[in-house]
Design a binder for this molecule. Sequence first.
Ligand code: SF4
Ligand code: SF4
Length: 347
Amino acid sequence: MSKITLGRTGIVSDKTGFGALPMQRVSEAQAGVLLKKAYDSGITLFDTARMYSDSEKKIGLHLAHLRTHITITTKTMAKNANDFWNDLQTSLATLKTDYIDVYQLHNPPFCPKPGDESGLYDAMLEAQRQGKIRFIGITNHSIFVAEEAVQSGLYDTLQFPFSYLSTERETALARLCKAHNVGFIAMKALCGGLLTNAAAAYAYLNQPDFDNVLPIWGVQHESELDEFIGYMHNPPALTGELLAIITQDKSELAGNFCRGCGYCMPTCPAEIQINNCARMIQLIRRTPSAQWLTPDSQRMMHTIENCTECGICRTKCPYGIDTPALLKANLEDYKAVISYQLPNDNW
Ligand code: SF4
Ligand code: SF4
């Protein structure tokens, strides 16, 4: 098993971290099975967030007795100091702990700094002074904010989407983190489910070039956890076969595509489930298609017809996607798939 030191925090972890976002989709009992198995297999870093509904609660429930043996990283989406303190108190209570190892500002649209209007960074410093957090982190989907955060010297860790689809600039970000001794936590190494070969994803990030990159793998099913535990003990080599898969995926998913992050969503006046609708064609081609052709899925796709083109989603997409246009393109493709696969369906 290969170990990694998370930049200047000095936190040592296995190269495999546990992404606890999917814990909100499983029962408390199943969460217990997964979290216990992960820990027993050598995983010690668990990443969650205040916004992942009851994910923190399940970690507290099942791992509190192991507190000194594990690293907990969590996040706040607070926009001001008051909300920051409320979130931190809630996280400490639900995680059943009196300190967070790495407390991360969750995808702010700018890089918070000491003395700025938001008061977020000053609150971080005060929480650190009080011993409620050990290190200050930031997560982001914007390369601009991420680069600024690393170069500012203010953040001990950065969490950023990173996979074999990452651009040269994003790959340079990993090197920038190393140069500034900032811990780099990689999220979305499977691109929100669009990359389906976990061995290729794991092998790519396990290269010596990325020896400072700590991927967290979102786990919902025990079989997924078993797969990653297997890789921890027998890391897959980047063989010609896996490289061919990477090349193929890169050509299929080149350019602008929806990563499914959902940052554009809650404010859509037409209540379109953008994070699925805007990548429906990739989901149909790359995952079992039947689940996307059900009456519920068809109803979901129908809502695209209610898009008013207000453009709110476009302004919120950290990848600069023309979301309304992408939605419409997906709707047209979807109609074609339905009429081909379900010719008698009353679309
Ligand atoms: S442009 Fe369409 S999809 Fe985007 S927020 Fe407005 S109504 Fe929703
Ligand atoms: S359109 Fe952009 S913000 Fe919305 S889910 Fe897709 S990648 Fe995320």
